[in-house]
Design a protein around this ligand. Structure first.
Ligand code: PLP
Length: 418
C-alpha cells in the first residue's frame, strides 16, 4: 500500500497542529503508523490522499449511520446554506429538529441544541447540579463523556491508549466532586451512595459503553441505576452521544426500557455536522437560562446548516422502517465471522469490538487486559486489505446503512485471513 502523500501531509500538519491532528486518536499512535489523510468519502467507502480505497467502519466515530454523503442530507445542507450560514437568532430549523428528537426520545420533553458532545454533557451535568443543589457526580471507569475538566477521570477512548490517566491542566479541585464507580458493578455504586448519597447530584453513564471498546450493560444494571438514583433523589443521565439513534431510533433507553432524567446526544443527531443536544424532564430543563439560573449559551448553537443535516438524517431513520433490522443483520454477520476467526467480540447492535484477551470483557479493568500489540497488528492487516477500522483498541467498529452485503462479505473474508 502506497501512502507517500499521506506521509508528506502528516509532516506538514505536524508543523501547525499538536501531533499533526485536531483530535488525539486520529494520530494512529497506538497502531504504530502515521495517519492516513482522507480526500473524500462516499457510501461505505473512504479514499485517502494516495487514492487508496477502504471500506469504512469508523464512520467518523459514529455520526455516519447512513454512510457518507447521503444525497438527502447533502441536499438539506445545501438548501440551508443557500439562505446563510448562521444568524445568531431563532429560526424554524431548530424547532423542526427539536420536535424530531422528542418524537424519537419522548423522555427529552425539553432540550437544548449545542455544538459538541462534550458541551452537551458538560451542560447536562451543570443542569443536574443546579436542579438538585448538589455538587457530587458519579461516573464509571472507562466511560468517556467528552473532555470537560470534571469528567477527565478514567475517561476511556484515547485516554486509555495514550496512557494519560488524567489530563494535565485540570486542577485537582475540578475533579474532587467526581466519584468513580465500576461499570456493571452495582456494589461499587451502592458504596458511594451509602457514603455520599445526599450530596450526589447525578449518575452519568453510557447506557451501553462504547469508549472502552463496546461493553454492554449487564441484565438489570441500568434498572439498578434508575432505582438507586430515585431512592436518593439524584438524577440519572444517559450519555447517548454514541447510542442515540444507533441502538434503536429511541436509543439505548428504548432498547433497554429504562427512562433517564436527562439525555445527551451528539454524533448521529448532527448528521455529520457539529451539533449535539441535551435535554430531559421539562421541570429540570426549566432551570436552564433564560428560564432558570443555570447558565448555558452558544454563538453557533442550533446552527441552521447543522440542524438541517440532523433533521434530514433523523427523518430517514424514522421513515425507513428496515434500517435497524438491516444494521442488526449485517452486524450479526460480522460478529459471526469474527468469532469463527477466533476473536473475542462484544457487540451491541451495530457497534462491535474485538478484544485480544481470553476473559469476558465487562468493565474497564477487563477491557484493559486486552493485548494492544495484537490489536495494532490486527488493525494494520485489515488496513492492508482495504478495511478501515478504529486505530485504537478502545473504540467501536461502526456499521452503517450504506455497508453493502458485498462489502460485509469482503470484510468477513478479511477477518478469516488476518
Ligand atoms: C464522542 C462522545 C462524547 C464527546 O462528544 P464530542 O462531540 O467529541 O465532544 C461524549 N460522550 C460520548 C459517549 C461519546 O462517545
Amino acid at each position: 500500500m502506497n501512502t507517500t502523500n499521506s506521509e508528506k501531509l502528516y509532516e506538514q500538519a505536524k508543523k501547525f497542529m499538536p501531533g499533526g491532528v485536531n483530535s488525539p486518536v486520529r494520530a494512529f499512535n497506538s497502531v504504530g503508523r502515521s495517519p492516513l489523510f482522507i480526500e473524500r468519502a462516499e457510501g461505505d467507502k473512504i479514499y485517502d490522499a494516495d487514492g487508496n480505497e477502504f471500506i469504512d467502519y469508523v464512520c467518523s466515530w459514529g455520526p455516519n449511520i447512513l454512510g457518507h454523503g447521503r444525497p438527502e442530507v447533502l441536499e438539506a445542507v445545501c438548501r440551508a446554506v443557500s439562505k446563510g450560514l448562521t444568524f445568531g437568532a431563532c429560526h424554524r430549523g431548530e424547532i423542526e429538529l427539536a420536535e424530531l428528537i422528542r418524537q424519537c426520545m419522548p423522555s427529552m420533553e425539553m432540550l437544548r441544541l449545542v455544538n459538541s458532545g462534550t458541551e452537551a454533557v458538560m451542560s447536562a451535568v451543570r443542569a443536574a447540579r443546579g436542579y438538585t443543589h448538589r455538587d457530587m457526580i458519579i461516573k464509571f471507569k472507562g466511560c468517556y463523556h467528552g473532555h470537560s475538566d470534571g469528567l477527565l477521570v478514567k475517561g476511556g477512548s484515547g485516554l486509555l491508549t495514550n496512557s494519560v490517566p488524567d489530563s494535565a491542566g485540570v486542577p485537582k479541585g475540578y475533579t474532587e466532586t467526581t466519584l468513580l464507580a465500576d461499570y456493571n458493578n452495582e456494589k461499587s455504586v451502592e458504596e458511594l451512595f451509602d457514603r455520599y448519597g445526599k450530596d450526589i447530584a447525578c449518575i452519568i453513564v453510557e447506557p451501553c459503553a462504547a469508549n472502552m471498546g463496546v461493553v454492554p450493560p449487564k441484565e438489570g444494571f441500568l434498572r439498578f441505576l434508575r432505582d438507586i438514583t430515585e431512592k436518593y433523589s439524584s438524577l440519572l443521565i444517559f450519555d447517548e452521544v454514541i447510542t442515540g439513534f444507533r441502538l434503536s431510533l429511541g436509543g439505548a433507553q428504548q432498547l433497554y426500557g429504562i427512562t433517564p432524567d436527562l439525555t445527551t446526544l451528539g454524533k448521529i443527531v448532527g448528521g455529520g455536522m457539529p451539533l449535539a443536544a441535551y435535554g430531559g424532564r421539562a421541570e429540570i430543563m426549566e432551570c436552564v437560562a433564560p428560564l432558570g439560573s443555570v447558565y448555558q449559551a452558544g454563538t453557533l448553537s442550533g446552527n441552521p446548516a447543522a440542524a438541517a443535516a440532523g433533521a434530514a438524517t433523523l427523518k430517514i431513520l424514522m421513515d425507513d422502517t428496515h434500517i435497524y433490522d438491516e444494521l442488526e443483520r449485517k452486524s450479526a454477520r460480522l460478529e459471526a465471522a469474527m468469532r469463527e476467526a477466533g476473536l473475542n467480540v462484544n457487540r451491541a447492535g451495530s457497534l462491535l469490538t474485538a478484544f485480544f484477551t481470553d476473559v469476558p470483557v465487562t468493565d474497564h479493568d477487563s477491557a484493559c487486559t486486552s493485548y494492544r500489540q495484537k490489536y495494532a497488528e490486527h488493525f494494520n492487516r485489515l488496513l492492508e486489505r482495504g478495511i478501515y477500522t478504529a486505530p485504537s483498541q478502545f473504540e467501536a467498529m461502526f456499521v452503517s446503512a450504506a455497508h453493502t452485503d458485498e462489502d460485509i462479505e469482503l470484510t468477513c473474508k478479511a477477518f478469516k485471513n488476518v
